[in-house]
Design a protein around this ligand. Structure first.
Ligand SMILES: [Zn+2]
Length: 292
C-alpha cells in the first residue's frame, strides 16, 4: 500500500510533465501547420538529379569540354502568410519507379523522392498549393506541373506563347510533359509579377534560355534576399564564365538577361541560388527545415 501511495505521489509530477510535454508537442505541431506563418518561409525540395557525362554543351566556347558533373533538380516551396507558391516542379515524380532513371544523349536523369511525398511531410497535398510558377517549360522544371491543375499557374506570356506554339508542339516528347496545362488556371505576365503584392516574391522575365524564361526574387525576414536563376545559369562555373550554352534559344537575349540578373543581385545584395548547382542546394536547409 505504502509502496503504491509512493508510486502515486511519484507519478503526480510525471503526469504534469507528460501534460506539459504534450502541450509543447501540440504547440510545435500548430506552429508548423501550413498557412500559420507570419513571414515567408522557403523550403528546398529534392525533385531529381542529372548526371552529365560531358558538360561541353553548357558553353559555346568549349570551356567545359570533357567535364563530368552532377546536377541537382530542386523545387522550391514558398510558404507566405497569404498563400503557397511552388517555384518549379522538377522532373515527373513517376520517374521514381525507375531505379536507373532515364538516360539519353549523355544525360542520366532520375527521381529519388516524390514531390508529393515531400509535400505530405508538411501535411500538404498538391491541392493546397495556391500558385505554381515555372521558370520555363523544360521537363526538369515543368515535370510535375500536371499535379497542380487546381493551382493558379504563373507563367510569362512569352513562355506560354512558345509552349503552345506549333514549333513547340512538334517536339512531341517535350510537349507531352506539359500538354495538360492547356486547361490550367493561368496568370500570365510581361516584365515582372509581384505574386503576393507585398514585394516579397517577385518573378521577373529573363529570356534567352527559352523565349520566356524567368527568375525569382525572394525577400525573407531573417535570411534576406535570394535570387533563383531558373536555367539562366546551369552551374557555378557557368556563372563565373558567363557561359552561353549550345542550346540557348536566343543568345543576345540571354546576355542581356545575365546583365540584368547580376545588376539585380547586386542591388538587392541577394544570395544567388543557381538551381542546378549542387553546392547551392546543399547550402540551403535540408528539407523539412526551412529558411525564413
Ligand atoms: Zn533545367
Amino acid at each position: 500500500m505504502l509502496a503504491s501511495m509512493n508510486l502515486v505521489r511519484n507519478l503526480a509530477p510525471m503526469r504534469h510533465i507528460a501534460i506539459l510535454l504534450s502541450l509543447l508537442i501540440f504547440t510545435a505541431a500548430c506552429a508548423d501547420k501550413p498557412g500559420a506563418t507570419t513571414s515567408p518561409r522557403l523550403y528546398a525540395l529534392d525533385c531529381g538529379a542529372i548526371e552529365v557525362d560531358d558538360m561541353a554543351l553548357f558553353s559555346r566556347d568549349g570551356a567545359f569540354d570533357g567535364q563530368r558533373y552532377s546536377l541537382v533538380v530542386p523545387c522550391f516551396l514558398i510558404m507566405h502568410p497569404s498563400g503557397m507558391l511552388l517555384w518549379d516542379t522538377g522532373y515527373d515524380e513517376a520517374m521514381a519507379v525507375l531505379p536507373d532513371g532515364v538516360s539519353g544523349g549523355g544525360f542520366h536523369s532520375r527521381v529519388d523522392v516524390r514531390l508529393s511525398d515531400q509535400l505530405a511531410q508538411l501535411g500538404l497535398s498538391p491541392g493546397d498549393i495556391d500558385y505554381v510558377a515555372l521558370s520555363h517549360h523544360h521537363p526538369d522544371h515543368a515535370g510535375n506541373a500536371g499535379l497542380f491543375l487546381q493551382s493558379t499557374l504563373i507563367l510569362s506570356a512569352a513562355e506560354h506563347g512558345y509552349m503552345f506554339s506549333s514549333e513547340a508542339r512538334a517536339s512531341t516528347q517535350m510537349y507531352e510533359t506539359y500538354a495538360g496545362l492547356k486547361n490550367a488556371n493561368l496568370a500570365l505576365f510581361d516584365g515582372a509579377r509581384d505574386v503576393f503584392g507585398d514585394g516579397t516574391v517577385i518573378i521577373k522575365s529573363a529570356p534567352g534560355h527559352t523565349p520566356g524564361s524567368t527568375v525569382l526574387l525572394l525577400k525573407l525576414e531573417n535570411a534576406g534576399s535570394l535570387l533563383f536563376t531558373g536555367d539562366l545559369y546551369t552551374h557555378e562555373a557557368g556563372r563565373r564564365a558567363q557561359a552561353i550554352p549550345d542550346f540557348t534559344m536566343d543568345a543576345d537575349a540571354l546576355r542581356q538577361s545575365i546583365i540584368e540578373f547580376e545588376e539585380l543581385a547586386a542591388a538587392e545584395n541577394a544570395r544567388v541560388v543557381i538551381q542546378h548547382e549542387p553546392a547551392d542546394f546543399a547550402a540551403l536547409p535540408a528539407f523539412p527545415d526551412y529558411l525564413d
